[in-house]
Every structure is written in structure tokens, then in C-alpha cells.
Design a protein. Structure first.
Length: 201
């Protein structure tokens, strides 16, 4: 005996539907929207700054630009040799799912310090949003001439932007190496975090 399908009647918003093997809609109900326009939730660019991003109840993804601190420049190794520049802070774009109502801690990496006499510069600090993304700081410059620090990394980023200046060209930049005969290496610049979620209207 053929199965009788009860038609689904009514007007449904963002509908959840079930379709049978014959292509007929057999159930329909009003569903839940998948999110709205991206809005800024975190905008932090001071080295050592930290805090928490609390995802609104209707959030389900976040778009994040994260950059680590730049490495400090190295000092001289002898009166006739300049120090190496630090490395760029790692920089990446991250797109990650979030759970509404959950709090995610974040921290912005500081710039590395310039090298003292006969010393390398120090590495910049990592910037991160817990469970969503991390960008590592650049390494310090060497005390030998032409020995710059390596750039930081952005593991797991959707797009690796390290070396790019598309946002805040003065953030996450490396310190310069000390010139010949005098001075110290300069400090790197802190990184930044710019986080959006999809809860706008």
C-alpha cells in the first residue's frame, strides 16, 4: 500500500527541511540563522596587553588578524662590525569556529629588546587567541654583520601574511642592528590582534 505523505504547510523563516527519495518536502520547520555581518570585537595593539573575547550567544565563527612582536636588533661584535636587524613578527589571517557564550583569552606579543654590547637582540613575543590562532614573534638580530634574525611564523593560518604591511605597518616590525662603532640595537615593535565575529546585522 502506498505511503501517504502529509504535506508541510505554512511559512517558514530560514527553514530546516527534510526531503524524501522522490524529492518531496516531507517536513519543514523554522530554523536558526547562520550568523550575520562581521563586527570588531577585539582591537589590541599594545605589547603585553591581554584580555578575554567573550563570544556572543549567536556567534559561530571569528575572522582574526594576528601579528607577533618584531625581533630586536643585534649589537656590534667588534668596532668595525654592525649588528643584524631583527626578524619580522609572524603575521596571519585566521578563520575559526567559535562557541557562543564561550570566553577566549588573548595576549599581544611585545617587541624584542635591542642587544646590549656584544649581544644578540632578543626575540619578539607571540600574539595569540586561545584555541583560535597564534603568530610567533621574530627572532633577535645577531651580533655579527649581515646576520639578521629570522621572521616569526603563523602556524595554521588560512593566509600567511608575514612581511606584509596591509594592516598597521608600524606593528610587529623588527629593530635595526647597531651601527658600526657605536650604539645598541633598537627594539622591535609590538604585534597586534584584530578580531571580528559574525554577529552584526
Amino acid at each position: 500500500m502506498p505511503r501517504i505523505i502529509k504535506s508541510a504547510k505554512g511559512t517558514f523563516t530560514t527553514a530546516d527541511i527534510t526531503i524524501d527519495s522522490s524529492g518531496r518536502v516531507v517536513t519543514a520547520a523554522t530554523g536558526t540563522a547562520g550568523g550575520g555581518v562581521d563586527v570588531v570585537r577585539v582591537h589590541s595593539f599594545n605589547g603585553g596587553a591581554s584580555g578575554n573575547y567573550s563570544a556572543p550567544n549567536n556567534a559561530n565563527n571569528a575572522s582574526i588578524f594576528i601579528k607577533g612582536g618584531g625581533g630586536g636588533g643585534g649589537n656590534i661584535n667588534s668596532p668595525n662590525q654592525g649588528g643584524g636587524a631583527g626578524g619580522q613578527g609572524g603575521f596571519g589571517f585566521y578563520f575559526a569556529p567559535v562557541s557562543g557564550g564561550t570566553s577566549y583569552s588573548f595576549a599581544v606579543g611585545s617587541g624584542g629588546g635591542g642587544g646590549a654590547p656584544f649581544s644578540n637582540g632578543t626575540s619578539g613575543g607571540a600574539s595569540n587567541v586561545t584555541n583560535l590562532g597564534t603568530a610567533n614573534g621574530g627572532n633577535g638580530g645577531g651580533k655579527n654583520p649581515g646576520n639578521p634574525g629570522s621572521n616569526g611564523s603563523s602556524p595554521g593560518a588560512v593566509t600567511d601574511l608575514t612581511g606584509s604591511e596591509i594592516l598597521y605597518s608600524d606593528k610587529g616590525t623588527p629593530g635595526s642592528g647597531a651601527p658600526k662603532n657605536s650604539g645598541n640595537g633598537s627594539s622591535g615593535q609590538p604585534g597586534f590582534i584584530l578580531l571580528y565575529d559574525n554577529t552584526g546585522t
